[in-house]
Design a protein around this ligand. Sequence first.
Ligand code: FE2
Length: 506
Amino acid sequence: MSTAREPRGPAHSDRPAWTDRVENPYLHGIHAPTVHETKAVALDVEVELPRDLYGAFVRNGPNAVHEPTNLYHWFDGDGMVHAIHFRDGRATYCSRLIETKGLADERAAGRSIWPGIMGPFDFDLPRHYLKDTANTDLVFHDGQLLALWYMCGEPYRLDPLSLETRGVASFGGKLRTPVSAHAKVDVRTGELVYFTLADAPPFMRYGVVSPEGELAHEIPIDLPGPRATHDITITENFSILHDFPLFHDVGLQRRVKHRIARFHRELPSRFGVLPRRGAADTVRWFDFEPGYVLHMVNAWEEGDWIVMDGCFQPDPTIVRRKQEGHLASMLGYLRIRAHLRRWRMNLVTGETREEQLDDLNVEFCLPDTDLYGERTRYSYHQHLPADMYTVDFHALVKYDHEDGSCKRFDYGAGRVGGEAPFARRHGSADGGSPGNGEPDDRGRAGAEDDGYVVTIVTDARDESSSCQVFRATDIERGPIARLPLPHRVPTGFHAKWIPGERIFTD
Ligand SMILES: [Fe+2]
């Protein structure tokens, strides 16, 4: 139940009035939902932006519209997308709620209908016992943005310029299941690769959508029980499915009407490798040290080996601290302790190897996402201080996976960043870059980090937000541009970069 409390000082004008009645760190301060939806506004730029910064930064995240009926969890908020479009040395900002079916039902009722992930669940509610908020991730495929949900939901189609919701994708009328967050687009083939989870067999399904947006391949995956898998990885020819020993008991969930995940340290972490359009019986499983991974960086092929890098949590045990009272369970699930790790799987011999690459606590990792499935040298992460209260990103970290080094930029006291996608310098593919390497099979001659990194930073002291642009080769020098945003942007989840030639038609 929400806990009433005395209002603290003057009400903030940028958030729903009901938030002042609810005690929860994810409904206040920099995490509070905003009431603002913003049509494209030009941003003030101190100095002209580089003209080769050309495209869109888009970010999804939770933004609760109605007062929760139960204990609010950060993952529960209605999806809202924030975008900054860059072209001709200028930038515009816009933001919009994702108009999901659940939000429409709640708008009509004038109140929350679904309880959040903290339960108690009502299994008689329409569509799902949780509201499909589409609040987690964004992928750009077949000319549109798809907003995806970590609990597996309908892929909501958004206009990449206006962010207007255009309904749900059916993939040529063939989609029969929900889709998880973190579907991967292979920009070389134009395919979208996804998975979905269920609490009844088959506990996972795997699918491939054609470049034209038609479901082209879909198979059940044989798993021993329900899982809480969050990500999927691809290489040029294979897909890699994730099975970690952190999962819930469905029978218990139905009895207690809560989801309680437990870490089974006696079970291995497993990765299932199958050809991109392989049959169900072609999945080959490889065992590794138990743990959990929210997000992988990337995977690729090296001869007979599959190589995969990601942010590994060796001990994802949920620790509830009594002193955190009614918030202890939520905060326990959100206490991330992850480091960069590399896994190797030999497809001929079956041999496996794994190694820790660094010990810094990092998550929300991205390579150049146009290089998903190809060998990548660099990735961009968010650093979380140890023992944090809420999930706050204090530094941008760039890893060099070849020599194991990292560079970082601390956002500064009181400032919190967000996921930071890489924006390849427009024109770099023409070879006019400092890399001067041989063109690859897509004509990309520039260095892999020839471009920018973009994120949104919010200052907790005055709750102002800015879009910050870094030169990817020099992130430790700090942003080359700070663009004040017209309103505070609540902390959120996943961000992507869409190159301008894919979205600007004029
Ligand atoms: Fe995620």
